[in-house]
Design a protein around this ligand. Sequence first.
Ligand code: ZN
Length: 266
Amino acid sequence: MTYETIEVENHDAVRRIRLARENARNAQSQQLLDELDDAVIKAGNDESVRVVIIGGKGDHFSAGHDLKEAQQKRADFTVEERWEYESLRYFDYCMRIWDLPKPTIAEVQGACVAGGFMVANMCDLIVCSEDAFFSDPVNHTLAAAATEVLIHPWVMGLRKAKEMLYTGGRIDAAEAHRIGMVNRVVSRDHLEQATMDLAQQIAKAPPFGMRLIKKSLNRMPDAQGMRTALSAHFDLHQLSHVTEEFRQVKEQGLAAAIQRNKSGSK
Ligand code: ZN
């Protein structure tokens, strides 16, 4: 598979995967998600890779799913078609990052919104620049019940997740750091190097031991029921795609809804 919407680099035992649709704020088209998943699987299977960085080229990590494409190709999806599309590309692809048997780091600048928030938070660690911001406004903009993978309360705490989702507002880098959702905040100029330094430090450790540590740590949220909760939310999210509220937004155009939200009130 040759990639057109992502870029992959090796730095010794660190593999850096970058979303590369910077002119579209790294909006996640079907092609981009398929390429990212392919790269994630290959990084997982490649024994020379010990740590994986997922970043984005340009000013923004990712503005989320590509809604123009969604409007053109998927506006008339049946329940069955949407279930197939979203369970594979949004849910399964995300969990593949979560379950990767080696440490992952998200490198985040600018917008980390909705589908972008989902992908970044699948990573074990997050390093972000001072200009990064995090949000999931999709109920406010689209009348959809948040993103498909409701990772939010697991990475930011229940009360903050409620605030962010209820208001549709943003969490800035400093706040994200304060509540423990991101590990490090650095200047924009220093983001790539700081993320790489952290990755190289992690890559020094014996990889099989690291794999076991990650497995054990991820069993904590599993024991708390995370997977069941995520799976249950996915079902409700699908319900929200067939509500009267969603139908009205869709008729006015998904992209127009985003624009209204940007220019309008919060
Ligand atoms: Zn959806």
